[in-house]
Design a protein around this ligand. Structure first.
Ligand SMILES: [Zn+2]
Length: 287
């Protein structure tokens, strides 16, 4: 989909004015807890750690955030790219702990997963989803034409929800934030603490951001590395703000862990994964 460059510049300006951006720009430290505490923002930041009624597994995409009383667990395409073994491990650890699995339209991860299907399998997807009991009479499926790759995302998420004993939902615009034409993420939270959800601050304090919780979902480290790289390269590339990210205006990769030791290890891992792009990234950490 073509994008309007004036709209991109506008979003860049607007997202750059968020309080978080100003705080981080002013500080020399890369320790986010130090930046937050020394600027008197502990109270607002604590909201990321407040438990909520419902844990919702949603895409890491910055355009899908949690709603009121929800807590986002973010993973590209709701683990659509994880191996069957990893998905089983996730199910073992998370059974009964997730209330909703929610797919979304325009999902890049579903697109990647779809591209490796055979034509025959592609033909079968929608039918399979319906055979498995997905109710496509629902209003949401009539609002827009759902792309074939999104049908794969829907099918995957629907089955995962069933296995988790969770509710299945799908969302599309205007239920999503941001734009169809480009990603306006300015940061990624690379997060091993599943009790931390920055979504709640996404509209005012924080800039739009990816949230990748895969480190806490039982997948391989290789998978987490690949996910971090793929998402970061979306932001740095032609589907994101791209060349607007520079050494002076970097993309933020924020490692979040349960304690200082863990988070310093994650920060090191993130730097290693994104070694070739370090001149346009600033690495922060929070525990
Ligand atoms: Zn997605």
């Amino acid at each position: 989909m073509s994008r309007n460059e004036a709209s991109v510049k506008n979003s860049w300006r607007e997202t750059g004015n968020r309080p978080f951006m100003k705080l981080v720009e002013k500080s020399e430290s890369n320790d986010l807890s130090e930046i937050i505490n020394s600027s008197g923002n502990e109270k607002i930041w604590k909201k990321c750690l407040e438990p909520k009624e419902k844990k919702v597994l949603i895409c890491a995409d910055e355009r899908v955030v949690s709603k009121e009383n929800e807590f986002k667990i973010g993973s590209a395409g709701q683990l659509i790219l994880a191996s069957p073994e990893e998905q089983d491990r996730f199910l073992d650890n998370w059974q009964g702990k997730i209330s909703v699995v929610r797919s979304h339209s325009n999902c890049g991860a579903a697109g990647i997963a779809y591209s490796i299907f055979t034509d025959e399998e592609k033909e079968e997807l929608k039918k399979k989803a319906i055979d498995e009991g997905l109710n496509t009479d629902d209003e949401i499926f009539k609002k827009e034409k759902i792309s074939d790759s999104d049908w794969l995302g829907i099918y995957h998420s629907y089955l995962l929800a069933k296995k988790l004993d969770a509710k299945y939902e799908h969302t599309n615009f205007p239920g999503m934030r941001g734009r169809k034409e480009y990603h306006d993420a300015r940061a990624i939270f690379f997060c091993a603490n599943p009790d931390f959800d920055p979504s709640i601050l996404a509209e005012d304090f924080l800039p739009p951001h990816f949230l990748a919780n895969s480190l806490a979902l039982g997948v391989r480290e290789d998978y987490c590395r690949e996910e971090l790289k793929t998402l970061t390269l979306i932001a740095l590339g032609s589907h994101g703000f791209g060349e607007l990210f520079t050494a002076k205006n970097p993309f933020y990769v924020i490692s979040v862990g349960n304690d200082k030791n863990q988070v310093l290890d994650l920060n090191k891992l993130a730097k290693d994964v994104l070694e070739n792009y370090q001149n346009r990234i600033r690495f922060l950490f929070y525990a």
